[in-house]
Design a protein around this ligand. Structure first.
Ligand SMILES: Nc1nc2c(c(=O)[nH]1)N[C@H]1C(S)=C(S)[C@@H](COP(=O)(O)O)O[C@H]1N2
Ligand SMILES: [Mo]
Length: 325
């Protein structure tokens, strides 16, 4: 693969989105050539739509936005999930090898009710709601996604966190058999993320188990993933198997791999450029226009805290957001 992102260059530099577009165009040309030669119908990228299971009993929540939605196809075929490869199309192509049942979540650390919980037991406790959120990747593209899930706070409270629990650490499944990307040392597997307790308990912080009314496609982090809409997308860790309540700040995968580039907090901030590119604007992937068209043309201003400042700015009052990025 000529245009594979080199391990170590991780998230693309300022040229990266253009590089990704270029790679996309090369793929497009290859596809078109193949289509002409072999009668393949169009540029589909990866096979996005493994048929999902429709979720029932989902209430609409007041957490929503009137912005134009990202299409299901774009949201499920342009993904970051390095466990399945570093190319945007890799997750949709390879994540079908992930087995999401049975699935156990281990809860440990500073809680009175630790344990090992089956995903279906967890789902039995929770009522599901639909929330449409802006989703902003650190690479400066964004989507509008109708998630289905429940507030993380509702889940965490059940484990009775102690006063000593100041942070929650999350971990993704480690299984190179199922996750082919883990056969390569691209990141220090398993993928880890973390939130401060007040961030975890904020009403905006969601555990998603579905999107567009259906169970999560594997490439989007089935069977359960975090969604933290005021932070860059890499904080929204996928396919979670462990939650650890800690007194001290956990190490996190991207922060470990490039600490100057990816902070622990990673709140969306148009005024703090990534060392290799500006964060002032973003490319909005939404509506029926093609992905390539969105990535080229559709630049809009980025909002502080991704537009959720009213709900979360108070969590950081008195903190220097250039220093604690
Ligand atoms: N385990 C895991 N979680 C992950 C990632 C990953 O590579 N592995 N990528 C992150 C990044 S960079 C982004 S932008 C979002 C992408 O979510 P989506 O593919 O559902 O849009 O997932 C985040 N969660
Ligand atoms: Mo991202």
């Amino acid at each position: 693969m000529a245009f594979r992102i080199r391990p170590g260059s991780e998230i693309p530099d300022s040229q990266v989105t253009p590089q990704a577009i270029y790679a996309g165009r090369r793929r497009f040309l290859r596809f078109t050539a193949a289509a002409a030669a072999g009668g393949i119908a169009g540029f589909g990228g990866a096979q996005a739509s493994q048929t999902g299971t429709k979720l029932s009993g989902v209430s609409k929540s007041s957490f929503t936005t009137e912005e134009e939605l990202t299409t299901f196809n774009d949201a499920t075929s342009y993904n970051n999930f390095y466990e399945f490869g570093t190319d945007k199309k890799d997750p949709a192509e390879h994540a079908h090898t992930l087995k999401t049942r049975p699935w156990t979540v281990v809860v440990e650390g500073q809680v009175d009710k630790p344990g090992r919980f089956d995903i279906d037991e967890i789902l039995g406790w929770m009522s599901l709601e639909e929330r449409t959120y802006r989703f902003r990747c650190v690479e400066a593209w964004s989507m509008i996604i109708p998630w289905v899930g429940f507030p993380l706070a509702d889940l965490l409270k059940r484990f009775e966190p102690r006063a000593s629990a100041k942070y929650v650490e999350f971990e993704t499944l480690l299984d190179p058999e199922q996750m082919r990307g883990q056969r390569y040392p691209i990141l220090d597997w398993p993928y880890r993320e973390g939130l401060r307790m007040d961030e975890a308990m904020n009403p905006l912080t969601l555990i998603a188990v579905g999107m567009y009314g259906e169970t999560l496609p594997n490439q989007n982090g089935a069977p359960l993933r975090l969604v933290v809409p005021w932070k860059y997308g890499f904080k929204s860790i996928k396919s979670i198997v462990r939650m650890n309540f800690r007194e001290s700040q956990p190490r996190t995968t991207w922060n470990d791999s490039a600490p100057r580039e990816y902070g622990f907090f990673s709140n969306v901030n148009p005024d703090r450029p990534h060392p290799r590119w500006s964060q002032a604007k973003e490319r909005r992937i939404a509506g029926e226009r093609s992905l390539l068209e969105s990535l080229f043309a559709n630049r809009i201003p980025t909002l502080p805290f991704n537009g959720y400042g009213e709900q979360v700015a108070g969590l950081y009052s008195g903190m220097d957001l250039q220093k604690f990025f």
